[in-house]
Design a protein around this ligand. Structure first.
Ligand SMILES: [Mg+2]
Length: 331
């Protein structure tokens, strides 16, 4: 359907005319009809809703599409794990604990046209039932591990395997962390090594950082936090936009996965590590904690500066160059 002027989505083209995920999201924002119970709508890792006097409800959703987010020969259990784990990662990024989920799945049952190693033999347009139940096994195993109850969903016929999960979570009001709280002078940290996850397969079997996020909010209360799903530079760009600040990243401090270049760590995707900022005193406290406990869970990578939306990469000799706050975009 062609969008007409004034319709949601009619302004999703960039100045170059190309469709962009984030310009599309911006274009539909003005059409939100928000109840007064909405604390934070579009624009963070999860929506934040009033729950009761002490807690907020969190709500997030993610969709995985065969051929886009996983390959036709990806083990089913890993596909299921990833489908739920990337939602859990978003709840963790708000400081929350995941609770209830619904799972909707589109299954090729005769209308598909793509080659798929898990199709039923002789009925190449159908998905092997074992593969579909395998994805559910992955979802249920991940749900059990993180205390999530699967409470419903939908099943439809589709050309490709599509899995969409919507997940609720909860966070104490005092513990909520948004992307918008970073201040000049804050220190930037990540929760683990970055880059190369598509090659290594880590993007399929990562552990959502719920435990680490809870530790951080209870002990140090970050000023801003999110999970890295589209690459460090791009996701840091979201914190910079939301907080109206800039940042400097120290190239030499970036924790890299084996065989990964700085560029891959900056602009890759699907690390599912936490990216957060801490005030100077809290940062010193965390660094001291890491030193005294010989713990390498969190790595300081740079600092927040006052120049809005500016992102710089600093080399060992103090020189800095501006880089694009861009990561993976879905279209
Ligand atoms: Mg996220």
């Amino acid at each position: 359907m062609k969008a007409t002027q004034g319709d949601p989505g009619s302004r999703y083209h960039t100045s170059e005319g190309a469709m962009n995920e984030f310009s599309f999201i911006d274009s539909i924002k003005p059409f939100q009809n928000l109840s007064c119970r909405v604390i934070k709508g579009i624009g963070d890792d999860a929506a934040v809703l009033e729950l009761d006097a002490k807690r907020y409800q969190l709500l997030t959703t993610d969709m995985l599409v065969e051929g886009v987010h996983f390959l036709s020969n990806t083990p089913a259990k890993l596909v299921g794990h990833k489908a739920l784990a990337c939602n859990i990662s978003d709840i963790a990024a708000m400081g929350g604990i995941p609770t209830f989920a619904v799972v909707s799945i589109g299954i090729p049952t005769g209308t598909g046209h793509i080659e798929f190693s898990h199709r039923v033999k002789g009925q190449e347009n159908s998905m092997c039932p074992d593969y579909v139940s395998g994805t559910y096994k992955g979802i249920f195993a991940c749900a059990k591990r993180f205390g999530v109850s699967i409470v419903g969903g939908d099943t439809v016929k589709a050309d490709k395997l599509v899995i969409n999960i919507a997940l609720l979570g909860e966070v104490e009001k005092k513990n909520l962390v948004l992307r918008s709280g970073a201040k000049p002078g804050d220190h930037l940290f990540v929760s683990g090594p970055l880059g190369g996850t598509l090659k290594s397969g880590k993007h399929l079997n990562f552990t959502p950082r719920v435990k680490e996020a809870r530790f951080l909010i209870e002990q140090f209360k970050p000023s801003a936090m999110m999970d890295i799903s589209d690459g460090l530079a791009g996701d840091l760009g979201h914190i910079l936009n939301a907080s109206r600040v800039g940042a400097e990243i120290d190239e030499q401090r970036l924790p890299l996965n084996k065989g990964v270049s700085v560029d891959e760590a900056l602009h890759g995707g699907e690390d599912f590590e936490l990216l957060f900022s801490l005030s100077s005193p809290k940062s010193a406290k965390l660094v001291e904690y890491l030193r005294s406990h010989r713990c390498g869970h969190f790595v300081e990578i740079g600092r927040i500066i006052a120049l809005p939306k500016k992102l710089y990469l600093c080399d060992g000799s103090g020189r800095r160059r501006e880089i694009e706050p861009k990561g993976y975009t879905h279209f």
